[in-house]
Design a protein around this ligand. Structure first.
Ligand code: C5P
Length: 231
């Protein structure tokens, strides 16, 4: 069995739904992404419970604060047993370096990922917060900053993965949402890639939510995607 490539997004508002989902799948099929909604509703205990069941946990809390606060939040998160977590690159070089140094001091070192530009932002939204750079240029600038600051990689749109693969030397981990298996419903995603396309563009991990969590048989849905990508 190859290492997992998929993190299933547990976009639930309560612990029980997350636990019910986790009971239907296995840690060698998928990691689990816990974001702000579920973490705020269910708390750190759920993270510890799922990690103790052997699941790799991507704690998607996108920290963005003064450097010492981010470093302490990451240290606290690591003690829950998370496998991967993230910070906003817009926190700036000192915040990113302080975060990377704090993580490097941990005995069980999680993967530290940066968020570049949220895909909900477009040129007009960037202008409104004073960023006049082109969106792709801003993504690349922030990804380079992540690399120079000692982060392990970035979350990016699968559409940006190839550009980052070309521009930033390995090792540099790319985690990509916006993935839809061939024929799956798009839901509210507009520009999607298939799992195979995203991996070909250099993605290391795929974040997939509803095509798995809302499937009649989540285990079968995961098995089908893993088979498509040779896992
Ligand atoms: O259900 P779906 O596969 O669309 O879920 C994708 C997950 O990835 C959600 O948790 C969503 O918040 C997250 N995400 C995203 N696009 C981004 C960043 C995160 O869809 N640019």
């Amino acid at each position: 069995m190859s290492p997992i490539k998929i993190f299933t997004a547990l976009d639930y508002d309560n612990a029980q739904s997350a636990l019910d989902f986790a009971a239907k799948v296995t840690p060698d099929q998928t990691g689990l992404k816990i974001g702000k909604e579920l973490f705020t509703a269910a708390g750190p205990a759920l993270v510890e419970t799922l990690a103790a069941r052997g699941f790799k946990i991507f704690l998607d809390l996108k920290f963005h604060d003064i450097p010492v606060t981010v470093a302490k939040a990451l240290t606290a998160a690591a003690s829950l047993g998370v496998y991967m977590f993230n910070v906003h690159c817009l926190g700036g070089p000192v915040m990113l370096q302080t975060a990377a140094e704090a993580v490097a001091r941990l005995s069980q070192r999680p993967i530290l990922i940066g968020v570049t530009v949220l895909t909900s932002m477009d040129a007009a939204q960037l202008q409104a917060v004073g960023v006049s750079a082109k969106l792709e240029d801003e993504v690349l600038r922030l990804a380079r900053l992540a690399k120079e600051s000692g982060l392990d990689g970035v979350v990016c749109s699968a559409r940006e993965a190839q550009m980052l693969t070309d521009a930033i030397p390995a090792p540099f981990i790319k985690v990509t949402p916006g993935i839809r298996p061939q024929g799956a419903a798009l839901n509210d995603q507009k520009r999607v890639m298939t799992p195979q396309e995203a991996l070909k563009a250099g993605a290391d991990y795929l974040v997939i939510g509803r095509p798995i969590t809302q499937a009649p048989d989540p285990q079968a849905a995961l098995q089908a995607i893993n088979a498509q990508i040779g896992i």
